[in-house]
Ligand binder design. Structure first.
Ligand code: S3P
Length: 170
């Protein structure tokens, strides 16, 4: 069966939804961020601080290539995973790309209590969120399906994804 890849900006609900979906469908959940941390044996904030974003992105692409060769997975992708064309191509080989979206104010609310996202550890996270959303829009637009999670519960989001999957018999 094709992989289901949840992509989209930080704070749109990818991790929570992917875990719930995996449970519902009795399929394996894979977090790319967790795999990267396992490979490097350090948290993402430390990878960014010590080696920089380019290094992280290269590692992310490597992990995406490996994971995308498998099947039947629910993949929880990091918010920047769509920024490289090769990643999108790898995801699409065996996967259905579902992009979760949310309004900037909702993203701010959902992310503000956490410090594990280096790109949002800035003095004005709201501005940063708006800027990155604008820059990334054309990349996220390459997903196959889109769900705005701003007003939805996890249950409702999972329900929408199950509807989408019916079309694929996946
Ligand atoms: C990033 C998103 C993060 C993580 C890293 C970079 C991004 O994942 O991969 O901090 O560039 O948007 P989440 O979207 O799971 O927070």
């Amino acid at each position: 069966m094709r992989n289901i890849v949840l992509v989209g900006f930080m704070g749109t609900g990818k991790t929570t939804v992917a875990k719930e979906l995996a449970q519902r469908l009795k399929r394996e959940y894979v977090s790319l961020d967790e795999l990267i941390e396992k490979v490097e044996k350090k948290p993402i904030t430390q990878i960014f601080a010590e080696s920089g974003e380019d290094y992280f992105r290269a590692l992310e692409s490597r992990v995406i290539k490996e994971v995308s060769a498998k099947e039947n997975l629910i993949i929880d992708a990091g918010g920047g995973a769509m920024l490289r064309r090769e990643n999108i191509e790898n995801f699409k080989k065996k996967g259905i790309l579902i992009c979760l979206k949310a309004k900037p104010e909702v993203i701010l609310e959902r992310t503000k209590g956490y410090k594990h996202r280096p790109l949002l550890n800035v003095s004005n996270p709201q501005k940063q969120i708006e800027k990155l959303l604008w820059i990334r829009e054309p990349y996220y637009a390459q997903a196959d399906h889109f769900i705005d999670t701003s007003q939805l519960s996890v249950e409702e989001i999972v329900g929408e994804i199950l509807e989408i999957l019916k079309k694929y018999n996946a």
